[in-house]
Design a protein. Structure first.
Length: 529
């Protein structure tokens, strides 16, 4: 039950009553950096509809200016998203600096702290919904498509004047489901623009975040991993990664082998794609909508325990689910969320955990400084390299590439980056074979000089056409066997390029064998041996 309060607060404005312009009705929750209250705005004795008031709580062990700067970065991204009309997020109404909350009859303090005025959301987060059989069923497709839409708006803004950004903390406890079934993404405290100067450290939750956070290199695929963590939770009722920590080292998280997932190989391969340890192997943001449709099809065909999640059909607020088999993670204190006050309990590296005895969803704050260098080979977006030199400000790292292409279904013949897999991997075999065949052809053509060289040139062109046909046939056979039969995407064309290269080498040897002086030399060596 919410704690009833008699506190007031407000901005540091010239009006004497400004410091009492918000009346706090109850405490909704507390986290590592802030307290959240249910409040009303008072003006001339009239109270507004309820709002969520997020009050920053300074950390005495860190420079105050660095903390305020970190808070301002997340607030700037949140305000930008709200001003753009991005749907599916908790709306940011206002922000100000003012004295800490105090009793109406007490004088306001002279120190100022940041405040955020947020939309009040009466719903529950996904972790609460799946743990309480009395709650309505969760419409998984609607929830996942809401998250995908928010990420697409952040990663791929539709104007060059809008800077891409990352949420940085997508997880089940940061998704609110309203009584109507509508989902909202909350807690943009760690959100950052994709600019190295806007990011200094990475805040991540080990049980839901991509492992690249520990190396300090993240990009759009980091949010895709968080999206995958929510999907995994909707399928299994558990977080996708298992946390293990040794001493003062950052937590190491491995993918959980869940029996529901492992029993269905097709579901497993599809569900784990966004959760790949390698960010380059995750689907891009533009493909998430298609990915959701395929997941829904697999879930409707799979025989999985009922955990209160629907994967098709119209939502119904009156529907209640039967008790599900106890295959989910044990119940713990729910995460405290930014919009409704249930903010995550926070644990800092090298420091003590929160008072929660089971901090399974504790947020770990890594400390690092930012370098603008980008990791090589990231097919879904360059990351921002973050070296390990300590820095005090808790933040996030992200760097967004050029806008991705419009959403389209991922095809078996396409690679993870959407490029034709037929042109990737192993091309050196075809190049070496073509060069060898050309040299051999040149020797043969020189030995068979004619007045008209055009037929000889056309003969070599025909060889290249046949080599292309060999390559295409190898790709076709590989697709039929690997993709159609074993349901696995081809990552490279190495074997197909090898087949074309071997054909070209054999053809080149054939050219040499038809050169008189080379044929005589070969016969002489045979007789000599």
């Amino acid at each position: 039950m919410a704690e009833t309060l008699d506190l007031v607060c407000g901005p540091a404005d010239p009006l004497p009553e400004s410091s009492k312009s918000f009346r706090l009705l109850s405490r909704l929750g507390s986290g590592g950096q802030a307290d959240v209250y249910k409040a009303v705005r008072q003006s001339g004795g009239i109270s507004s509809a309820p709002v969520s008031l997020k009050v920053f709580r300074p950390d005495r062990q860190r420079p105050l200016e660095a903390q305020y700067r970190s808070w301002d970065k997340g607030d700037a991204v949140h305000m930008d998203l709200d001003s753009r009309g991005v749907t599916g997020i908790c709306r940011r109404i206002d922000a100000f600096y003012g004295p800490p909350p105090h009793r109406p009859d007490a004088p306001a303090a002279t120190n100022l702290v940041p405040y955020q005025v947020l939309e009040y959301l009466p719903g529950s987060d996904l972790k609460q919904l799946l743990r309480n059989p009395s709650h309505p069923r969760v419409q998984a497709i609607s929830v996942l498509r809401t998250i995908a839409g928010v990420l697409d708006a952040m990663h791929r803004p539709n104007s060059p004047d809008i800077h891409p950004a990352l949420h940085m903390d997508i997880k089940p406890s940061n998704v609110i489901v309203m009584p109507s079934g509508e989902a909202r993404v909350i807690d943009f405290t760690g959100a950052r623009y994709s600019q190295p100067t806007h990011m200094t450290t990475i805040s991540y939750t080990p049980e839901a975040a991509g492992p690249e956070a520990r190396a300090g290199r993240v990009g759009p695929s980091y949010d895709v991993h968080g999206f995958g963590a929510v999907a995994f939770y909707l399928v299994t009722g558990t977080q996708p990664r298992i946390e293990s920590a040794t001493g003062d080292s950052p937590s190491v998280s491995a993918l959980r082998r869940h029996p529901v997932v492992e029993a269905n190989p097709r579901l497993r391969d599809h569900l784990l794609a966004p959760l790949s340890d390698d960010p380059r192997d995750r689907p891009p943001t533009s493909h998430l909508d298609h990915w959701i449709g395929e997941l829904a099809t697999l879930m409707r065909a799979a025989d999985t325990p009922d955990i209160g999640v629907d994967w098709g059909g119209a939502p119904s607020a009156a529907t209640r689910r039967p008790p599900a088999p106890d295959h989910r993670e044990p119940a713990t204190a729910p995460d405290l969320l930014a919009a409704t006050g249930r903010l995550p309990q926070t644990m800092r590296l090298g420091g003590a955990a929160s008072a929660d005895a089971t901090p399974r969803t504790a947020t770990i704050m890594a400390t690092a400084s930012v370098s603008p260098a980008a990791p090589p080979g990231n097919r879904y977006g360059r990351g921002v390299a973050v070296p390990t030199r300590p820095r005090a400000e808790p933040a996030t790292t992200v760097h967004e590439p050029a806008p991705q292409r419009p959403a389209e279904p991922r095809r078996p013949w396409r690679g993870p980056d959407g490029k034709l897999a037929a042109l990737s991997g192993g091309g050196e075999f075809s190049i070496v074979g073509a060069v060898f065949a050309f040299i051999c052809w040149g020797v043969w053509a020189f030995a068979n000089q004619r007045d008209n060289m055009l037929p000889l040139v056309l003969y070599f062109v025909l060889v290249l056409v046949v080599a292309g046909a060999v390559f295409a046939m190898a790709r076709l056979v590989g697709t039929l066997v690997l993709v159609r039969l074993f349901k696995r995407n081809r990552r490279t064309a190495r074997l197909s390029h090898l087949a074309a290269g071997v054909f070209l080498v054999v053809t080149g040897i054939g050219f040499l064998s038809n050169v008189a002086f080379i044929a005589n030399a070969i016969n002489w060596l045979k007789n000599l041996l």
